[in-house]
Design a protein. Structure first.
Length: 463
């Protein structure tokens, strides 16, 4: 069983040196999708395909951060952030995903990094937050082995351009989403639906992570390199054998299929058995697992909610490719308060998850690289944005972090998702996750009350 009770520590102050940041991703904020040599990514293609994104929204303009980055960094500085996690758009710096770098694209990120450093904000670079060059998808995408090598080459290009100033590198953001939403159920770009492809994509994403880690470390052994996973905090609906088996399966293909290769250089045997009718795992070559398990310096954890897993109900309608091999598994709601995403709020699920990682995989330094909540925020008559529910969400989850720290988890920092409202993937602009409100007509930024609250948390190093 993976479930633990939250500890009861009453600590309210964070350890000295705890890192405070906020996060974004390139396609969600940059816009300027055809400027300075950028070519299309799978998300450009996907968002321009009718029916894929709510309201037909695209990232064409988004928050126009490409042009407004200096003002945005000034805003971060006012909030008191010590770190900013952002991602690089692969098709901006290596159009088409192969061949030479595009200097104009690299120059944009160099300007951004300089601006951050001028404001004493540490840049944390995510190399892949889902914008695969469309040409690489046309050549087969992540289910194809070559994509892992292309990714490592691209990582080297970015590191060569920014490595003198950037010391924290996240290879991949949430490879579970890239594989299982991108190639399994098709809710994300590129929108393909094949369980075996999703499993091959999983392996090639992990291989790409290992190869990129080795490339960056070879160029600079002092670089800090890690991966960000959206691990699933899970609980079984009951102790019945059927519910516990469902929990084992979802934990397998949602969590252990990433954690075991990364930290133990092996794939879980039970997952291999669960998916045996879909694939013989022939895409795993000799030496791959050693590459994937190249020691990382830290791991990023993204957390939003906990899921309650129950026995499969054949024909329940869940058979959509999200969980290859365990398609009919049921997920239950408990009637807890939800955010605008309809995700139940369960801060103890974060404590349980962090404690479990440390217990089962050892004391690798952890960072929360995303955590936050969407609400339908509006600017009030007085010009402010009142978002008490978001403040409450952050407060509860930061206390959950303190509970884990009190239990001995080496949690070193926290990045709120997100710095500002942005393009929430298949949900378009309707879901607002920002600490800062964005008016998409005028591009005016208005810090929400939660941003002011978060500034105080940072200043006090405490909740
Ligand atoms: C995560 C993504 C991030 C954002 C949040 C709400 O899965 O990494 O880009 O969309 O969800």
């Amino acid at each position: 069983m993976i479930i633990e009770q939250p500890t009861t520590t009453v600590a309210r102050v964070f350890p000295d040196g705890f890192l405070w940041g906020a996060a974004t991703a390139s396609y969600q904020i940059e816009g300027a999708v055809t400027e300075d040599g950028r070519t299309a990514s799978i998300w450009d293609t996907f968002s321009h395909t009718p029916g894929r994104v709510v309201g037909g929204d695209t990232g064409d303009v988004a928050c126009d951060h490409y042009h407004r980055y200096a003002d945005d960094v000034a805003m971060m500085s006012k909030l008191g952030l010590s770190a900013y996690r952002f991602s690089i758009a692969w098709p901006r710096v290596q159009p088409g995903g192969r061949g030479p770098a595009n200097q104009a694209g690299l120059d944009f990120y160099r300007r951004l990094v300089d601006e951050l450093l001028d404001h004493d904000i540490q840049p944390w670079v995510t190399l892949y937050h889902w914008d695969l060059p469309q040409e690489l998808e046309d050549a087969g995408g992540w289910p194809v082995r070559d994509t892992a090598y292309r990714f490592a080459e691209y990582a080297s290009i970015v590191h060569a351009a920014l490595g003198d100033k950037v010391h924290h590198w996240i290879t991949l953001n949430e490879p579970w989403c890239s594989a299982f939403l991108g190639y399994g159920n098709g809710h994300h770009a590129p929108g393909r639906t094949d369980g075996a492809d999703a499993l091959a994509a999983t392996h090639h994403l992990l291989l790409g992570h290992g190869l990129a880690t080795q490339a960056i470390k070879a160029a600079d052994p002092s670089a800090q390199v890690g991966i960000t996973l959206n691990l699933h905090s899970l609980a079984a609906h009951s102790d019945s054998p059927a519910d516990l088996d469902a929990l084992r399966r979802i934990d397998g293909v949602g969590n252990r299929v990433f954690l075991d290769p990364l930290f133990k250089a092996e794939y879980p045997a039970d997952v291999a058995a669960d998916v045996a009718h879909l694939t013989d795992l022939g895409f795993i070559h000799a030496g791959d697992l050693e590459t994937i398990a190249t020691p990382a310096d830290f791991m990023g954890v993204n957390y939003y909610t906990r899921s309650i897993v129950a026995a499969p109900v054949p024909g329940s309608g869940n058979h959509d490719g999200t969980w290859p091999g365990s398609e009919d598994t049921t997920f239950l709601k408990r009637g807890l308060p939800v955010t605008q995403m309809d995700w139940e709020i369960d801060a103890a699920g974060l404590t349980d998850l962090l404690n479990r990682i440390t217990r089962d995989y050892g004391a690798i330094p952890l960072y929360i690289t995303e955590n936050g909540a969407a609400y339908p925020d509006e600017i009030g008559a007085d010009g402010t944005v009142s978002d008490p529910a978001r403040i409450d969400y952050y407060d509860q989850h930061l206390r959950a972090c303190l509970d884990s720290i009190g239990a001995g988890v080496p949690l070193r920092g926290y990045f709120a998702w997100s710095l500002m409202d942005n393009f929430e993937w298949a949900w378009g602009y309707e879901k607002r996750f920002g600490l800062v409100h964005v008016d998409y007509q005028t591009q005016v930024r208005t810090p929400k009350n939660s941003a002011l609250w978060y500034s105080n948390v940072i200043r006090d190093n405490a909740v």
